[in-house]
Design a protein around this ligand. Structure first.
Ligand code: 13P
Ligand code: SF4
Length: 333
């Protein structure tokens, strides 16, 4: 088969990590932002240079709250696909751009529409709570969405005798069960990054730095959570490092968050929790790290790649997200 590949098209679609011209990309991004009334939302797992140029940096909950309330015409979502999709569902009239369309999520991919629908059919009397790390199709099959910032509170907002099915993260689900005493049915999915942390190597670090506290995201496996001094969403971990008086922390979540931790606590020492495989950097999210400043510039310039979703699907998926936002607002989260 013959392919005719146009370099400009590849750049527009985010396949090439190079700018078209030799220019100061940060300046150009700021100019384009003004020109197009665009806003850049970045997740804590992005590289520091992207976090620094963003209008808002936050966790999944904060980012969806920002996406729902912004009056910008264009949202550049420096994060992964399900996050940009959530922004599009909340603001369908806006253009939502993702610098690299391949910025996916292994956890979201662990629940596919048909398998999930089949699984749900076994539990018809259960309320379905899904983590925001899901595709729009899974959200459309869900009663209430949650993030790691509000998962415990969302579950607790339901009466004690309500039967709950939780998806897709088994570690977060088991953690919520342990905190709330519920017996939620849990979909067997996981994040490849958070399951990579090595308890053995963390304990070695604890021996080397006995004063260090371990802070962990609830997507980590149970043995890691058991030895953690604090468990929480990315924003909760960041807040903890600001309010706590310790000076050294082992951080068991994606290392991008350390950028904000260092900015907020320049005198403190942050050690990324090590992966099981000492030869890889697999405690970094390869999907999050696909986004780069040149791709961000190109996507703002060409307004590509843009998130496109079917209107019916968006309508169905919006209902459980709005429920989450309303419960969160009511609880002051
Ligand atoms: P937060 O909800 O803490 O932002 O985490 C999102 C995520 O993808 C964790 O891997
Ligand atoms: Fe998904 Fe895991 Fe990456 Fe978070 S860290 S975006 S859950 S693959």
């Amino acid at each position: 088969m013959n392919y005719s590949v146009n370099k400009e098209d590849l750049v527009k679609l985010g396949f090439l990590n190079i700018p078209v011209d030799n220019i100061d990309l940060n300046d150009e991004i700021n100019k384009l932002k003004k020109e197009k009334n665009a806003i850049i939302l970045a997740h804590y797992y992005q590289d520091g240079d992207i976090q620094d140029i963003a209008d808002y940096v936050g966790d999944s909950l904060g980012l969806s709250q920002q996406a729902a309330k912004t009056d910008a015409d264009v949202i550049v979502f420096a994060g992964v696909h399900f996050m940009a999709e959530t922004a599009k569902i909340l603001s369908p009239e806006k253009k939502v751009l993702l610098p690299d369309l391949f910025a996916g999520c292994s956890l979201a991919d662990s629940a596919t529409k048909n398998d999930f629908a089949e699984f749900l059919a076994n539990f018809p009397d259960h309320t379905v709570i899904s983590y925001v790390n899901t595709t729009a199709e899974i959200k459309a099959l869900t009663d209430i969405i949650c993030t790691s910032s509000n998962a415990v509170q969302i579950v607790e907002s339901l009466s004690k005798n309500e039967k709950i099915l939780f998806a897709p993260d088994r570690n977060l689900g088991n953690y919520i069960n342990s905190i709330t005493g519920r017996e939620m049915v849990i979909w067997d999915g996981a994040c490849h990054v958070h399951e990579e942390f090595s308890l053995e190597r963390i304990l070695e670090l604890k021996t080397k730095y006995p004063e260090a506290k371990l802070i962990a995201h609830p997507e980590c496996e149970k043995p890691v959570l058991i030895v953690a001094d604090h468990i929480g969403s990315t924003s909760s971990l960041l807040k903890y490092t600001k309010e706590d008086h310790n000076m050294t922390y082992i951080v068991a979540t994606e290392s991008g968050i350390i950028h904000q931790m260092k900015k907020a606590n320049p005198d403190k020492h942050f050690i990324p929790a090590p992966p099981k495989d000492s030869t890889c950097a697999c405690n970094d999210c390869n999907f999050m790290k696909l986004n780069t400043i040149p791709k961000l510039y190109n996507c703002l310039k060409y307004e590509l790649p843009a998130i496109e979703l079917d209107n019916d699907l968006m309508e169905k998926a919006r209902v459980p997200i709005i429920r989450m936002l309303e419960i969160s607002e009511r609880l002051g989260l």
